[in-house]
Write a protein that binds this ligand. Structure first.
Ligand code: NAD
Length: 246
């Protein structure tokens, strides 16, 4: 056990699951850096952290741009110290049946959801290696294992993220760095708000717990996997889906 304040970087923390994760890690005493894609969003994150009594900051980050990733990790290092907890949460959907799926929508989803994990993890790894401690948690999806109509791009990205995590877990285990995924089912956020009513109702019929999950329920899983209590868990995917995939 260490009493040292750990620094956590949460990508895509302006709302939804990322915001809940930031608050949970803050509640656990972490210094939290949450990122947004606009200056206004970054300021809102800073205000939210402050309102919850959490030390940290909101910062501007585009996970599809390596220069932006470098700049954020550098700024965190200068202001707080190197992040040793990383939650790769930023993600997008561009749904369409494969026959109608445009190459640009394939590329955008793979870049934002998967290549981003390569970029940000690699950039943070140096500090974790130096600290001989690290916790990386990738926010995947139940869709990675189940597949979903209209989400070939998203499912490919999320399945890729889990495979990436297992490989990296093997590479960095000797440095006391763990890499895990949390795979949410359908969670009540802006992302699922966009679902048509009929799809929403059909969805509930496939969830044994018969409700959408709450962002806080994903945050609790991330809080556990980044804690000292989870130090012997690596290369794992924790399913948090109300039983829809068991
Ligand atoms: P959301 O759309 O509310 O939030 C996504 C976040 O990612 C936002 O903060 C957004 O600004 C950020 N983001 C998007 N593009 C970015 C970029 N290029 N650079 C940096 N940040 C970027 O979605 P959410 O529901 O909170 O989803 C969070 C994560 O959970 C995503 O990875 C999503 O795939 C995953 N997930 C969500 C659900 C769900 O039901 N909501 C289910 C399974 C997995």
């Amino acid at each position: 056990m260490t009493t040292e304040r750990r620094i956590a970087l949460v990508t895509g923390a302006s709302r939804g699951i990322g915001q809940a994760i930031s608050r949970e890690l803050g509640r656990q005493g972490r210094i939290v850096i949450g990122t947004a894609t606009s200056e206004k969003g970054a300021q809102a994150i800073s205000a939210d952290l402050e309102a919850h009594g959490i030390e940290g900051a909101g910062m501007l980050l585009n996970v599809t741009d390596q220069a932006s990733v470098d700049a954020v990790v550098k700024e965190i290092g200068e202001r707080f110290g190197a992040p040793t907890i990383l939650v790769n949460n930023a993600g997008i959907t561009r749904d369409n049946l494969l026959l109608r799926l445009k190459e640009e929508d394939w590329d955008a989803v793979l870049d934002t959801n998967l290549k981003s994990v390569f970029r940000v993890s690699k950039t943070c790894l140096r500090g974790m290696t130096k600290a001989r401690f690290g916790r990386i948690v990738n926010i995947s999806s139940v869709v990675a294992t189940m597949g979903n109509l209209g989400q070939a791009n998203y499912a490919a990205a999320k399945a890729g993220m889990e495979g990436f995590g297992r490989s990296l877990a093997r590479e960095v285990a000797s440095r006391n760095i763990t890499v895990n995924s949390v795979a949410p089912g359908f969670i009540a956020t802006d992302m699922t708000e966009a679902l048509p009513e009929a799809q929403h109702t059909a969805l509930l019929g496939n969830i044994p717990l018969a409700r959408l999950g709450q962002p806080e329920e994903i945050a609790a899983a991330v809080g556990f996997l980044t804690s000292d209590a989870a130090g012997y868990i690596t290369g794992e995917t924790l399913q948090v889906n109300g039983g829809m995939n068991m």
